[in-house]
Design a protein around this ligand. Structure first.
Ligand SMILES: [Zn+2]
Length: 148
């Protein structure tokens, strides 16, 4: 809980319990580079995880599409919503059952690779993360996931 004191913000979102050194990857997939003030903490001690990263985003609340993306990198992350300097809401990332237009299909012959069709994947397994393409049934495992 010390981290929140050090990195207190008035309004915004704190993403906690990111696997250590993955914070920059999360910022990258969310496209947060131009979203105002970001504070990134890498390598905090965590009882649960050993080491963890924390991202603080001022004046921004995440949409479902954005937390779905986070789930691909940091499935055990916690989202803390801060309003007026207080913790308003704390929730775990939910692993979505389906991913829309977030993950690339690795099958070059898949209709989503050839045509102008949004990708759609089903979650087959959460740990380890395994996804299946709706169109060609290609399985994509956690190590090979490419985010669009
Ligand atoms: Zn496919």
């Amino acid at each position: 809980m010390k981290a929140y004191k050090v990195y207190a913000i008035k309004d915004g979102t704190v993403i906690d319990h990111i696997p250590s050194t993955k914070a920059l990857k999360v910022i990258d997939i969310l496209g947060l580079e131009n979203e105002g003030i970001l504070t990134i903490g890498v390598g905090f001690s965590s009882e649960k995880m050993g080491k963890k990263d924390i991202i603080k985003i001022e004046n921004k609340y995440l949409k479902k599409e954005e937390t779905d993306k986070i789930s691909l990198i940091a499935p055990n992350a916690t989202i803390n919503i801060i309003k007026d300097g207080r913790l308003k809401e704390k929730r775990k990332i939910e692993q979505p059952k389906e991913y829309f237009n977030i993950v690339r299909c690795l099958n070059p012959n898949c209709i989503t690779s050839i045509g102008d069709i949004d990708t759609k994947f089903y979650t087959v397994s959460i740990s380890p993360l395994i996804l299946r393409c709706h169109y060609c049934e290609r399985i994509v495992e956690s190590g090979e996931i490419e985010i669009l």
